[in-house]
Design a protein around this ligand. Structure first.
Ligand SMILES: *Cc1c(COP(=O)(O)O)cnc(C)c1O
Length: 848
């Protein structure tokens, strides 16, 4: 079955000498030669080519060749060392572009740029044609991508497993101020970084029923029958470490129909039905669900989740059996699965099923392996974002998994009853099955029960999980719970996206900081040097000019780079409070109209982000930002004082221009709602100062950089909690002249653009005593903090110092630190240097 599509190779020796090649040159000359060969001989283009597409393809292939040899050496090293490995299971990998990152990590950006220049081509222009791999919604998917970069850089044998969606995150257009979604057919022009591996195809089944039977030894066992199978075809993407010879793998699964499936229908004389069935199979990986931090009970989404979990586990088991046969005793010592949120948590019952039904293990042995290999990361405190699936849906789609979930639950609840005898309420609370008209499987509880580790993603978040959402489980198993504060990779998010600042840092403290981010602290003393501050400021102004060009091109709004660049980019969600930002903008506009502009700091406000297509309020907030921007930018009174723009289609590639050009980073979520945030870290690394609440990783950012270099405002998580039941926004509005005037402008229709009542839902939500995001409660202290920020910006020397110190103190927020902690506490992997290649680079130990 494994090689069904492919004929076996017959060779005269057991291992044919297929791959013995000299290492490829990394110099200008070798790269130029390969580029020209791909362009002419492989792609068949000539001097008449007038599109960037083919030169980009040729360049990508030349760079990819240099990854290939290192990839093979990394794979061999892991096989030969029989090493312990970790598998990062995630429904999302928000990778962005790959060319620039590959060249950076291979250390060939310089020679490549020179080679192209000699040929009369511009590297930036070619790199600019690459499509983002947008296989994720936001922070969670980007975290997975940053983790892969750090795992490769630390030479840890970690494989990413995900889904190769045909359509990634939708493209956002703005039409008359409204979000319009367009499908993102990112594979249309081909994806040069992927390698199809049909030889590792797996079968994943759906539907049917489970039944018991007696095997040949007379043992009663269970099997899953009458199911229909879908093929899972893997596509591998290379993940290069930073200048260390390691290349790890991201394996993405694509769904395909099985041949026998078609044949059955064909023989029954219903050819069109067979083709339709093929579509149904291939639909599984057709599209990424565009919901961030909220869930819906769509059947197809559950199929995607199971498809990923089953294909990935089968892949790991296949690898195991290839080297160890059917003896699974050492399996848990050599494997670990990290579940990125509950999305892949079908892996818990699926590993049980595979070990018992397919490999003949007994329950206890299979459970011991499962609970020694699974680890779960939680990403949200919003109760509505905790996944639940109807028992009915499981019974219909995954009947055998439902048996196993019921059995896990029965055994688990016995344990709970033994620990707390007679506590029926607790048993109902902790059950994996939520009772009701429509009984539901609680996926987070399934993940906790099946895992040896449960972590949150920032200190506050992990603490709140223990005290709130997962309190019962914490009381039962305190040793499972731990924190792993998120990070971002400094390769993409400083060295790659901010070459000017990177060069200044190189010249100041040396060039090994990309793998030793704690060394950025050595920048701090230079904040006292006027000449260093001047150089830092010059870099920031160049980056602001680059951002201003993007804003002018995309929004038609002119940003003056002398103004304070005040930026909030992230998914649009009520808990992230873009609305609070807009209220402040309206307040500034109100001040301008009143003539209250003495000591004014000119400000350019940029807001960007996608709303889930079904999220009404988020879409209405986008409309509000656009309408407010239109009114303000058109009013001559605001000239030189205030500009506002909504940046369409926020994505990784946009953030690579935005964070280097930002002065003030808006991180203003309702305290206790943002699990961590990672946008906050990208901004900090690039020398933006944060205005923020005591939420998520903001708390740790402030602790690193010091209170004097952070603009803090707002209620604490505890104070927000305490407000419940006696929150009086109307009283707050009436008692605050500034907010009262802002609400009057909103209610009076200043921004309605001729559609009366357009923002009524927004106004209602602010004025409602049930507003869970307590926007009105934080308005006053937010405006005060904004005043302090504006004042600080007017003192350039002070601001530049703050900017330098933010970068200098950002080392903790490298995913190298995060991954080192995952490894020390959860994965316990040894670094594996690749097998030596003749180029003398490989075999190097990581420097961190
Ligand atoms: C970093 C990043 C995010 C996460 O931003 P938060 O501010 O942490 O929500 C989302 N989307 C993209 C494209 C990113 O690069």
């Amino acid at each position: 079955m494994e090689h069904s599509r492919l004929k076996p190779l017959r060779a005269s020796v057991p291992v044919p000498r297929l791959t013995e090649l000299p290492p490829l040159g990394m110099d200008e000359r070798a790269i130029a030669d390969d580029f020209r060969r791909y362009f002419s001989h492989t792609l068949g283009r000539d001097k008449h080519c007038r599109s960037t597409h083919y030169p980009f393809q040729a360049l990508a292939l030349a760079v990819r060749d240099r990854l290939m040899e290192r990839w093979k050496n990394s794979r061999y090293a892991c096989e030969e060392g029989n090493c312990r490995r970790a598998h990062y299971l995630s429904l999302e990998f928000l990778m962005g572009r790959s060319l620039g990152n590959a060249m950076l990590n291979l250390g060939i950006a310089g020679p490549t740029a020179r080679a192209l220049k000699d040929l009369g081509l511009l590297l930036e222009e070619l790199a600019g044609t690459e499509h983002d791999a947008g296989l994720g919604n936001g922070g969670l998917g980007r975290l997975a991508a940053c983790f892969l970069d750090s795992c490769a850089t630390l030479q840890l044998p970690v494989t990413g497993y995900g889904i190769r969606y045909e359509y990634g995150m939708f493209r956002q257009l703005i039409d008359s101020g409204e979000q319009v979604e367009e499908p993102d057919h990112w594979l249309r022009d081909g994806h040069p970084w992927e390698l199809e591996r049909p030889e590792y195809t797996r079968r994943v089944r759906f539907g049917g029923r489970s039944e018991s039977y007696q095997d040949e030894h007379g043992r009663w066992r269970m099997r899953w029958v009458d199911a229909h199978a879908v093929l899972a075809v893997p596509y591998d993407i290379p993940v290069p470490g930073y200048r260390n010879g390691t290349v790890n793998t991201l394996r993405l699964w694509s769904a395909a129909a099985t041949d026998e499936f078609d044949l059955d229908e064909f023989n029954a004389g219903s050819y069109p039905e067979s083709v339709a069935a093929k579509n149904a199979a291939e639909n599984i990986t057709m599209v990424l669900y565009p919901n961030d931090a909220s869930e819906n009970g769509k059947e197809l989404r559950l199929r995607q989740q199971y498809f990923l979990a089953s294909a990935s586990l089968q892949d790991v088991l296949r690898y195991w059996v290839r080297f160890h046969g059917e003896d699974f005793r050492g399996f848990a010592d050599k494997n670990c699965f990290q579940l990125n949120d509950t999305h892949p948590s079908c892996a818990v019952p699926e590993l049980m099923r595979l070990l018992m039904d397919e490999h003949g293990l007994e329950w206890d042995a299979a459970w011991a392996i499962t609970t020694r290999t699974m680890a779960y990361t939680n990403h949200t405190l919003l109760p509505e974002a905790l996944e639940k699936w109807p028992v009915r849906l499981f019974r219909q789609e995954l009947p055998r998994l439902l048996d196993i979930i019921f059995e896990i639950n029965a055994r688990f609840l016995e344990q709970v009853a033994a620990r707390w005898p007679g506590d029926g309420a607790r048993i109902r609370r902790m059950s994996l099955i939520e009772e009701g008209d429509e009984p539901m499987v609680r996926m987070a509880y399934l993940a906790i029960v099946g895992s040896f580790s449960v972590n949150g993603v920032a200190e506050l978040h992990s603490r709140l999980l223990e005290q709130g959402l997962f309190r019962d489980f914490f009381e039962l198993w305190p040793e499972k719970f731990n924190n792993k504060t998120n990070g971002v990779t400094p390769r993409r998010w400083l060295a790659g996206c901010n070459p000017r600042l990177a060069r200044l840092v190189d010249e100041t403290i040396g060039n090994d900081w990309p793998t030793r981010m704690e060394r950025l602290r050595e920048l701090a003393p230079h904040a006292d040097s006027a000449s260093f501050r001047e150089r830092w400021h010059t870099v920031k102004q160049r980056n602001k000019a680059r951002l201003a060009r993007l804003v002018e091109r995309e929004c038609g709004v002119r940003f003056d780079r002398e103004a304070l660049f005040d930026v909030q980019v992230k998914r649009i969600h009520e808990y992230k409070r873009q609305l609070l930002n807009v209220l402040h903008v309206i307040h500034l506009y109100d001040r301008i109209r009143r003539g209250d502009t003495a000591g004014w700091t000119p400000r350019c406000v940029l807001i960007g982000g996608k709303a889930a297509p079904g999220y009404f309020m988020a879409k209405r907030i986008i409309r509000l930002v656009n309408n407010v921007a239109a009114v303000i930018n058109a009013d001559p009174a605001t000239e030189g004082l205030l500009r506002v723009a909504f940046l369409p289609n926020y994505r990784v590639t946009a953030m690579e221009v935005i964070c280097p050009g930002t002065d003030l980073s808006e991180q203003i979520s309702t305290a206790g709602k943002e699990a961590s945030g990672t946008g906050n870290m990208k901004f900090m690394m690039n020398g933006a100062v944060t205005i923020g609440t005591l939420d998520g990783a903001n708390i740790e950012i402030r602790a690193e950089v010091g209170d004097e270099n952070f603009f803090l405002f707002g209620l604490t998580a505890g104070e927000v909690q305490a407000l419940r039941g006696d929150y009086d926004p109307q009283g707050i509005i009436a008692g605050d002249e500034r907010l009262r005037r802002v609400m009057e402008l909103l209610v009076g229709g200043t921004f309605d653009g001729g559609e009366p009542g357009l923002f009524e839902p927004v106004i209602q939500s602010i004025a409602s005593p049930h507003d869970p995001w307590v926007v009105a409660a934080d308005f006053g202290s937010y405006v005060e903090a904004q005043r302090r920020a504006a004042e600080a910006y007017r003192d350039r020397e002070r601001w530049v110092r703050m900017s330098i110190l933010n970068s200098a103190c950002s080392g903790r927020f490298s995913t190298d630190r995060t991954i080192a902690e995952y490894n020390a506490d959860i994965w316990r992997l040894e670094p594996v240097p690749p097998l030596p290649a003749a180029d003398g680079e490989s075999g190097a130990r990581p420097r961190a």
